[in-house]
Write a protein that binds this ligand. Sequence first.
Ligand code: PLP
Length: 382
Amino acid sequence: MIPYGRQEILAEDIEAVVAVLQSDFITQGPAVVQFEQALAKEVGAAQAVAFNSATSALHVACLALGLGAGDWLWTVPNTFVASANCALYCGAQVDFVDIDPRSYNMSVDALAEKLRWAEGAGKLPKVVIPVHFAGQSCQMSEIKALADQYGFALIEDASHAIGGRYLDQPIGACQYADITVFSFHPVKIITTAEGGVATCKSKQLADTLARLRSHGVTRDPSLISAEDEGGWYYEQIELGFNYRMSDLHAALGVSQLQRLSTYIERRHEIKQRYDALLADLPLTVPWQHPDSHSALHLYPIQLHDRAERRRVFDDLRQAGIGVNVHYIPVHTQPYYQKRGFAWGDFPQAEAYYQGAISLPMFPTLSAAQQDEVVMALQKALA
Ligand SMILES: *Cc1c(COP(=O)(O)O)cnc(C)c1O
């Protein structure tokens, strides 16, 4: 089976992890700091804080921006459930903004329209999470202008997008957002097995993220109420979690990060080859926004309708091609339907979902394997 995504683990990755196993630190220690610093440098961020997953990073990012009971968080339906669940962890409420039918990212027009309505209804969001779907940046400059106008905070869910660029800036530099979150799950661009990182500009915000990552506990004299208790002393000043990344995971991340640009180049080669080989087939290849240089986490094709998608999906799986579908719109999940959402609420995300198939896309996909995918697709569509 050719999977839709797959990590590459080289001898140097294994050596890096083994070296940590033989060192004094195996939980959060110097390798985590090294990973945070290397990643911050790579994406041009002032601050980076590592977590045990992107889901944890999203949760703590919401808390650090003050999201709580009575607040609204908006994201898109075309994402993994984690982008919405983070609001509910904080006791806030979730709503969605429909996608643009070409980029499959948050529609700026739909956002602007919903904000006008929400202002009248007294339901403006406190936090909005645009998701850089498939690795392609949302139109952050326009979204940031709306954030300034309506006074909400922005978290970029860049789980798909490390190594991507927007308007000639690396995604993660936080020029437009308060916080950017990356995931290092094995299907993503680079991996730490499980893991995530939040980047931001402000040192104070990074300190809050780091404190919430570790039980809400601090040793910072400026935050502690007691005077000179002793060298052992710490205080818990808020409710935090154990969301720490271990040095084993971080060492893998440091090693993988060195291949980031090679991986992105390779993904673009694979994309160009797919674009050429699929040009004459009755399907839509993923459109690229001119402002964005995508990290190309996914290569989602769009077929005519639900019935054709089902048939082609089954045929490809039968032929040993591990295609997948990204994403079942979050608002249609039973859990969200119980919270009042229904099919029909976000027609663009639903229409996109009905025709979507993600073809195999990962750096070690060979030309022969790609030909096999294309031939199976030709046959399924014949
Ligand atoms: C993978 C993913 C997440 C969650 O990442 P984890 O590291 O697995 O917690 C969140 N959002 C999106 C868009 C993702 O693709």
